[in-house]
Design a binder for this molecule. Structure first.
Ligand code: F6P
Length: 362
């Protein structure tokens, strides 16, 4: 009988998930002769034992498509699972049910594709005896242990296109345009999009800003005859001594706080300091997570998927595949979960931005 392996996608979706599913399925079948099960709706599929058989036909034509054919959820955590029992909402640890379901189906190894929350749960499953290999996913690029997560490059391309579009309208109206991008508590998207999209001011959580310094930079540009300015702000940015701007609290989610609203705040605060120019703000939101996968992410996701199955074959469980320089490798899950990889404020990317006159509002 063919060896059975499973795959699930957890947390927020991002471009590249389908490319990983495709690579895992093709490698599993073509290289090793495995049978591949795709668990539905992230961890919920393990609890409910809902899966599909992934074959070459199922994964045909999905390489470029964002989202995930297995669906996903950033609400379901097996160790704190929200359930209705006798008409009452209860929160329970249902991980034993998931482990039993895997045993029942004869699944010998599970490839778990996700961000920090999903991977933290994967490590807990590993400790319960499940043979796990992790694959790092997030547009935020904030996972420890890998140079890049897949999804980041695709999101970046969307943000850069938005900045290019904002430039032409900002210039025509002599306006200040503020673009709010995602990234949670890290500024990778804002930093890279800001450089690639030729922003004048980049605001990231790692460098608290002063609104006066931002206004000074804009006035300095006006003095030089530049009558418009572009500000890109990460959703997790905050002023010196200030706090995160929160858009909503999602009570039944493992990560309750949803950031959002800082772009509008910056625009309103700037309008009070800059009288001669109108300020507009745009929130890019989930547009960054949707659409087609970039070429870079298609290649990275394919390499990650192949490596994950190779690790299964070599029985190197408890690891996450990763990119180190030019090589795809692996690192213990233990070393990467519950850590938030922030922008290195002394690194060369920040240095390059500062060297060409980009302000961080500090
Ligand atoms: O982690 C990815 C991400 O898109 C963040 O950039 C953002 O803060 C969050 O997810 C949004 O989550 P939700 O899917 O709940 O809107």
């Amino acid at each position: 009988m063919a060896k059975r392996i499973g795959i699930l996608t957890g947390g927020g979706d991002c471009p590249g998930l389908n490319a990983v599913i495709r690579a895992v399925t093709m490698t599993g079948i073509l290289k090793y002769g495995y049978e591949v099960l795709g668990y539905m709706h992230g961890y919920r599929g393990l609890y409910e034992n809902t899966y599909i058989n992934l074959d070459l036909q199922t994964v045909s034509g999905i390489l470029h498509r964002g989202g995930t054919i297995l669906y996903t959820s950033n609400k379901d955590n097996l160790f704190q699972y929200h359930l209705m029992e006798n008409g009452q909402k209860v929160v329970k640890d249902v991980s034993d049910v998931a482990v039993e379901n895997l045993k029942k189906e004869g699944v010998e190894a599970l490839i778990i594709v996700g961000g920090d929350g999903t991977l933290a749960s994967s490590l807990k499953l590993e400790k319960k005896g499940v043979n796990v290999v992790g694959v790092p996913k997030t547009i935020d690029n904030d996972l420890e242990g890998t140079d890049f997560t897949f999804g980041f490059n695709s999101a970046l391309n969307v943000a850069v296109e938005a900045l290019d579009r904002l430039h032409t309208t900002a210039e025509s109206h002599h306006r200040i345009m503020v673009l709010e991008v995602m990234g949670r508590y890290a500024g990778h998207i804002a930093l890279h999009a800001g450089i690639a999209g030729s922003a004048d001011i980049i605001l990231i959580p790692e460098i608290p800003y002063s609104i006066e310094k931002i206004a000074d930079k804009i006035k300095e540009r006006v003095q030089l005859g530049k009558l418009f300015s572009i500000v890109v702000v990460a959703e997790g940015a905050k002023s010196v001594g200030g706090d995160y701007v929160v858009s909503k609290i999602v009570e039944d989610s493992p990560e309750k706080i949803r950031l959002g609203g800082i772009g509008q705040k910056i625009a309103e605060d700037l309008e009070k300091l800059i009288k001669d120019h109108e300020v507009r703000h745009t929130v890019l939101g989930h547009v960054q997570r949707g659409g087609n996968t970039s070429s870079f992410d298609r290649v990275l996701s394919t390499r990650f998927g192949v490596k994950a199955v190779d690790l299964v074959n070599e029985k190197k469980f408890g690891n996450m595949v990763c990119l180190k320089g030019e090589e795809v490798s692996y690192t213990p899950l233990e070393n990467v979960v519950d850590k938030n990889r922030l922008v290195n404020i002394d690194g060369d990317v920040i240095n390059a931005a500062r060297s060409i006159g980009i302000s961080f509002g500090d």
